[in-house]
Design a protein around this ligand. Structure first.
Ligand SMILES: *[C@@H]1O[C@H](CO)[C@@H](O)[C@H](O)[C@H]1NC(C)=O
Ligand SMILES: *[C@@H]1O[C@H](CO)[C@@H](O)[C@H](O)[C@H]1NC(C)=O
Ligand SMILES: *[C@@H]1O[C@H](CO)[C@@H](O)[C@H](O)[C@H]1NC(C)=O
Ligand SMILES: *[C@@H]1O[C@H](CO)[C@@H](O)[C@H](O)[C@H]1NC(C)=O
Length: 482
């Protein structure tokens, strides 16, 4: 299913006065809306243009967000059957694997965080679960790619500080090495849970349990199922950055649902309780009481969500979808929420920005906020989030089209020994650049440290935390810009 451009434009002209109309009782209607939004999303991508690098989004998008986008497109194909973007997705997912087939390509490795790597690994895991067409046998395979990243996370588990947990950054010379963040550990938890379910290998489930226990022990997930951003090792993770982001709640929800599906008996009951807790707290905290619309509270309220943050709500929608598939008891709760938000998202996809900002057809650009009409804030994050809200409403109750496992038709080939050691990567860095980076790293780490220390005195409200987050993000911008 692929639109030829003239038909596409005519169809849009005919309905350009209104927003994208969706009838949620009709799969065809949902698919048509999703295809319009997906087309606009794909037009942000330049990596398949001659001379450009497959897998990369143009500035200002960071590498990780491209991984998130291809993960979304893998699911887009699974739920809609539209294979228009499969070729470019396969090309991107394979081009970025790196020499060690672990999503640490040389161009990114030095500045890579565990979370950056994780979003690509989760895309590969989705490809395995969805039976996305397998690469030729001489190429890396989806399952083995996810296992490679899992194995590296295991190596990086750091018991020296805070009794465990993954640090945000992989290498010491990067700002954020002193910070254990919930999203990096969430990537570990999410991938480990899904590997357990896919392969039936209990080792993965044990690691997932260990990550969850560590987060609970340090109250990064508290007894009310608030999921906080992270903690610095400066005081052994005693002090938290209490900002809450939609994607942090979602990434654990998905992993918990995979473990709910995988386990039996009392373990299943435990994961059910956790799923219910996460959903209940997520609804309370992130969804507007009156309208039921999802709000990225920590920044949307202040109108200052950065590019990364503008994409987070889409992942919550993605992981609501996964929860409905893997833990069907959540369906009756989650589907109405998804539909409300998909309708709100579609309603505001009416923008006609200049081609320098949006290359989809006029009248189809999605803005960021779903609480009103088109807000003019266009980009990969807003477009991808609207697509996610729409495409996961295609999931059916007690669907038979659930993510596959090795026992239920999954065909991706794994390798339990995939991955490489970080020390080996370090020695491949050019020594001069390495020296410069270590020098620069101390300066930036000091700044990050003082910021994390400052949060001790600044935990009064989310605005202040947000200011700090912006600074940390700024650090990351500098880091990536080098
Ligand atoms: C890149 O991929 C998109 C989506 O499949 C396609 O429309 C476009 O023609 C491709 N561009 C090139 C140069 O291949
Ligand atoms: C790394 O960057 C070079 C130069 O821009 C590019 O040619 C190459 O394709 C990139 N490799 C990856 C894996 O992105
Ligand atoms: C759960 O029970 C089923 C059915 O008895 C069994 O096949 C499966 O191996 C069990 N799973 C685990 C993780 O013990
Ligand atoms: C299970 O996974 C662990 C961790 O990667 C691995 O060491 C072990 O060999 C796997 N077991 C089987 C039977 O594949």
């Amino acid at each position: 299913m692929k639109f030829s451009s003239p038909v596409f434009s005519l169809g849009l002209l005919a309905s350009s006065v209104g927003a994208i109309q969706v009838n949620f009782d009709s799969d065809e209607s949902i698919k048509a809306a999703a295809s319009t939004v997906a087309f606009g999303l794909a037009r942000f991508y330049t990596g398949n243009n001659t001379g450009d690098t497959p897998g990369n989004l143009p500035d200002p998008y960071f590498w990780w967000e491209a991984g998130a986008m291809f993960g979304t497109l893998v699911d887009y194909w699974f739920h809609t059957g539209d294979d228009s973007y499969n070729a470019m997705t396969t090309q991107a997912l394979l081009h970025q694997v790196g020499d060690d087939r672990d999503y640490m390509p040389t161009n990114q490795t030095r500045t890579l965080g565990n979370d950056d790597q994780g979003f690509w690994a989760m895309a590969a895991m989705s490809a395995a679960e969805n039976n996305f067409p397998n690469p030729p046998p001489d190429q890396p395979q989806w399952l083995a790619l996810a296992q490679a990243v899992f194995n590296e996370y295991v190596d990086r588990w750091d018991e020296e500080h805070c009794d465990g947990g993954l640090r945000w950054q992989i290498f010491q010379f990067n700002a954020g090495f002193e910070y254990k963040n919930t999203i990096s550990n969430g990537c570990f938890f999410n991938i480990a849970s899904r590997l357990a379910r896919y392969t039936g290998n209990q080792t993965y489930a044990d690691w997932a349990g260990k990550v969850w226990t560590w987060l609970e022990g340090h109250e990064l997930i508290d007894s009310e199922y608030n999921v906080f951003d992270g903690a610095g090792i400066v005081d052994e993770c005693a002090t938290h950055d209490k900002a809450q982001w939609t994607y942090n709640a979602g990434i654990y929800l998905h992993g918990a649902a995979a473990l709910y599906d995988y386990t039996n008996g009392s373990a299943k009951a435990t994961w059910q309780t956790r799923i219910e807790g996460l959903i209940s707290r997520t609804r309370e905290h992130f969804f507007d009481k009156d309208t039921g619309i999802l709000v990225e509270r920590a920044c949307e309220t202040f109108g200052n969500c950065n590019n990364d943050q503008q994409s987070f709500r889409g992942y919550l929608m993605r992981w609501f979808g996964a929860a409905m598939q893997l833990a069907p008891f959540t369906y009756d709760t989650l589907m109405p929420i998804l539909r409300t938000n998909a309708a709100a998202a579609a309603r505001q996809c009416t923008g006609s920005p200049p081609a320098s900002q949006y290359r989809g057809p006029p009248g189809t650009a999605c803005g960021f906020t779903w609480t009103g009409s088109f807000d003019g804030l266009v980009g990969v994050g807003p477009q991808m989030s609207a697509l996610s809200a729409l495409q996961y409403t295609l999931i059916k109750k007690a669907d038979t089209a659930v993510p596959a496992t090795a026992l239920t038709g999954g065909t991706s080939v794994g390798d339990v020994n995939a991955g490489a050691r970080d020390e080996e990567k370090l020695v491949t860095f050019d020594p001069i650049t390495m020296g410069e980076r270590v020098a620069a790293g101390f300066a930036t780490s000091a700044i990050a440290l003082s910021l994390i220390a400052a949060v001790v005195f600044m935990m009064r409200d989310e605005t202040e935390i947000e200011v700090r987050m912006e600074k940390l993000e700024g650090e990351k911008v500098v880091k990536w810009g080098v």
